[in-house]
Write a protein that binds this ligand. Structure first.
Ligand code: NAD
Ligand code: MG
Length: 385
């Protein structure tokens, strides 16, 4: 019997992925058994040489070929594409899968991993946004925990410890407000990619950083919270808290509010997901309440930052609509990052794709993927005309 925690990391070269590997490095009873990434062969080679997993996946086939050549002195299986990710998801010796891929590409591997009984440390929020109605019941059926890595959801999870969840009144989801908090529509007309990539408190991957600037990230998190905690949208309240000290809160029926606070460091939620229900020491700056000048709170400006209001609309429409919201956003953000559209056009494309979509209630995976494809095609069509 081994007491090692055997971990697979999907998206190991990214922001969450590399921080997960820092946690593994600091915890001698954690071992990496599988790694997957998109195309960064240099970093993947380093990670494989350090952590010696038995399996590694590169999304791009050429990247997998190149990596295989570089690792010819090692005992390791190198796979590619969706086939590779699906094989990694069911790797027998793996106990935890950290889903740190960006985008709804993580959907099928996550479902496969749940079916194979893997504990899911979930960073990839797009999975729950598009398929929460499939993932949550499936996880319950398979007896698999979905351990939130998103800092807000980890905070909510921590604020529910030992409580009767039936006595929750509402979830108070905090948001920094992003780099453009307080700005009005006119001031956002000519936002550059560089402006939008400057997040005030968190260093993250590019896509989620843009999502934080549009408040789409908070919209995705509202939908994520609905599924993770079984909350109705009207019981999820978003609060702008620019200092990012309170990571989120839960209000109970008697009015008590329980919160989790800390410095903005994703390593805490990542480690907590992998050691839950235990806590372990963690290096890094801690809160100093003598130095903490103030904590402030505001109502979000949902007229300017339509990303949030559109998420509530998508939830209200239900079924396949959150997939369209998410997929249109993924495509729009990639167009913005490639300087093909303006910042505010991200909202227009999401709204257009949602208006164009006919909701399918309770979509199965194929219908979710079809709704994604439809949103992409809609955006291509709009941009050609
Ligand atoms: P990132 O862009 O830094 O990293 C993404 C990782 O996924 C990279 O390793 C990339 O190679 C890999 N990847 C991308 N496409 C792939 C594919 N098709 N196949 C295999 N690997 C692929 O992103 P990130 O900021 O680490 O975010 C990852 C996820 O975590 C997102 O869903 C994001 O919303 C969520 N999240 C991130 C943070 C954060 O602090 N960065 C916080 C909360 C939630
Ligand atoms: Mg978050």
């Amino acid at each position: 019997m081994s007491f090692m925690k055997k971990i697979g990391v999907m998206g190991s070269t990214g922001s969450i992925g590399t921080q997960t590997l820092e946690i593994v490095r600091a915890n001698p009873d954690m071992q990496v058994v599988a790694l997957a990434a998109g195309s960064n062969v240099d970093l993947m080679e380093k990670q494989v040489r350090e952590f010696k997993p038995s399996l590694c996946v590169m999304w791009k086939e050429e990247a997998a070929k190149e990596l295989k050549m570089r690792l010819c002195d090692m005992q390791i299986t190198v796979l590619s594409g969706m086939e590779g990710l699906l094989e990694m998801a069911v790797l027998p010796e793996m106990e935890y899968l950290v889903t740190a891929i960006v985008g709804m590409i993580g959907l099928r591997p996550t479902i496969a991993a749940i079916k194979a009984g893997k504990k899911i440390a979930l960073a990839n929020k797009e999975t729950l946004v598009t398929a929460g109605h499939i993932i949550m019941p499936l996880a319950a059926e398979c007896g698999v925990p979905i351990l939130p890595v998103d800092s807000e959801h980890s905070a909510i999870y921590q604020s529910m410890n030992g409580e009767n969840t039936k006595q929750i009144k509402k979830i108070l989801l905090t948001a920094s407000g992003g780099p453009f908090r307080g700005k009005k529509r006119e001031e956002l007309l000519n936002i550059t990619v560089e402006d939008a990539l400057k997040h005030p408190n968190w260093a993250m991957g590019q896509k989620i950083t843009i999502d934080s600037a549009t408040l789409v990230n908070k919209g995705l998190e509202v939908i994520e919270a609905k599924w993770l905690f079984g909350m109705e949208p009207e019981n999820i309240q978003v609060i702008i808290h620019p200092q990012s000290i309170i990571h989120s809160m839960v209000e109970y029926v008697d009015g008590a509010v329980i919160a989790q606070l800390g410095t903005p460091d994703m390593k805490l939620p990542i480690q907590y997901a992998l050691t839950y229900p235990d806590r372990r020491p963690l290096e890094g700056k801690k809160l100093d309440f003598y130095e903490l000048a103030s904590m402030t709170f505001e109502k979000p400006d949902t007229e300017t930052f339509r990303g949030l209001s559109m998420a509530f609309e998508a939830l209200k429409a239900g079924g396949s609509m959150p997939t369209v919201y998410n997929a249109a956003n993924e495509k729009a953000v990639s167009l913005f990052l490639n300087r093909k559209i303006k910042f505010l056009e991200i909202y227009d494309l999401i709204q257009g794709a949602m208006e164009n979509h006919k909701v399918i209630a309770n979509p199965v995976v194929e219908e979710i993927l079809a709704a994604e494809a439809e949103a992409y095609e809609y955006i291509d069509r709009i941009r050609r005309s």
